[in-house]
Design a protein around this ligand. Structure first.
Ligand code: KG4
Ligand code: ZN
Length: 339
């Protein structure tokens, strides 16, 4: 088969991403422009600012992706773009831009589900799983467990009933005045904290459910902070580290328990972790340890492929374009696009 070059675009939240993939597996370029500095002072993503920043960044980022890949638009065989879920204003920037290129150059184009893209990032690694496997997507907007039978073949086993895991990290960091985004900051601080210092709850819901709930855990941290008011000189550094480390341990334990339970229940030996929170070092270490103990195989994308990027969108786009699937130019963005 003729080699296929896909240009992929991702603008679902606060990262403008463009990538060029060869045959859906080889990354020729994967450029991400983070908007952290724009949103940092607000302690979270401001949707209107995010859309405006995407408008500014999309052309230079796509040009950079083409340049790094050493290809021109003329050589591109197809365009893949995130259609949802995400912030609608942000999604529309990438979607409209992708449509314009496809229209102007007469190229096939396909809309991609962002959660499916996260689950597919693992196929960019040297070691990728065969189907079926258990997939856990843990990001700022999502916490869902799937049985993945193939591209386009997903059975959702459970999801969060309230906050996403990454959202809980971000909210706890904000509460403690640690900055944004909270996940990487808590990850780092926790290394020298005591994960057993504070017995925060492990929200498991019912034993037979694969749903998650993190808002109670977040409230437990709020209550802990309320009952331990900040002394005049601020919290001692060690206390902050113990709080975040104990919080992180609770999240990690719940994610781990449910994922292993799902693997057991579905009689599957392979697990894939995906999404920004899958970059968490404690989660990665614990899941490897537990998988080894239970004779399971765990596949972890490298950290830069866990957080939002366009290469993962290209994997899914390639799979569908290769099968002859196309999206119409009337394709719309959906903030709640289901998987
Ligand atoms: O996948 P992602 O880049 O965007 C979404 O689709 O949401 O995930 C971003 C989320 C943020 O909530 C961020 O705090 C969290 O992932 N995150 C982490 C880590 N790196 C990013 N959470 C825990 N530990 C990390 N190392
Ligand atoms: Zn994401």
């Amino acid at each position: 088969m003729k080699p296929m070059l896909v240009l992929a675009i991702e603008t679902s939240c606060d990262d403008t991403g463009a990538a060029v993939l060869l045959n859906g597996r080889e990354i020729l370029s994967n450029v991400v422009s983070s908007q952290i500095s724009v949103h940092q002072k607000y302690g979270g993503v401001v949707p209107e600012l995010a859309s405006r920043k995407h408008i500014e960044s999309i052309v230079p980022i796509v040009n950079e992706a083409l340049k790094t890949a050493k290809v021109t638009l003329k050589e591109i065989d197809g365009i893949a773009v995130t259609q949802g879920p995400g912030l609608v204003g942000s999604l529309l920037v990438g979607l409209s831009f992708a449509k314009s290129i496809a229209f102007a150059r007469g190229l096939p184009f396909i809309g991609v589900n962002h959660i499916e893209a996260h689950l597919s990032a693992i196929f960019l690694e040297e070691k990728s799983p065969s189907f079926p496997f258990i997939g856990l997507v843990v990001s700022g907007g999502h916490t869902s467990l799937f049985r993945v039978n193939g591209f386009g073949k997903y059975i959702r086993l459970g999801q969060t009933r309230d906050d996403a895991a990454g959202e809980a990290f971000d909210k706890v960091a904000k509460l403690l005045g640690l900055g944004y985004p909270g996940g990487p900051i808590i990850d780092e601080l926790s290394k020298t904290g005591n994960p057993k210092a504070i017995p925060f709850p492990r929200p498991i819901l019912s034993k037979n459910s694969f749903d998650f709930s993190f808002s109670g855990l977040k409230t437990a941290v709020v209550n802990y902070v309320k009952t331990h008011p900040e002394p005049p000189g601020g919290y001692p550094e060690n206390l902050i580290k113990d709080i975040v480390s104990s919080f992180q341990e609770a999240v990690v334990e719940v994610l781990l328990r449910k994922t292993l339970q799902a693997a057991n229940d579905q009689r599957l030996k392979r697990m894939v972790l995906a999404g920004g929170v899958a970059a968490n070092q404690r989660l990665r270490a614990k899941v490897k340890e537990e998988a080894l103990r239970q004779g399971l195989k765990v596949y972890l994308p490298s950290s830069s492929l866990c957080t939002d990027n366009a290469a993962m969108v290209g994997v899914v786009g390639y799979e569908y374009l290769k099968r002859g699937l196309r999206s119409p130019f009337s394709l719309n963005a959906f903030s709640n696009l289901p998987l």
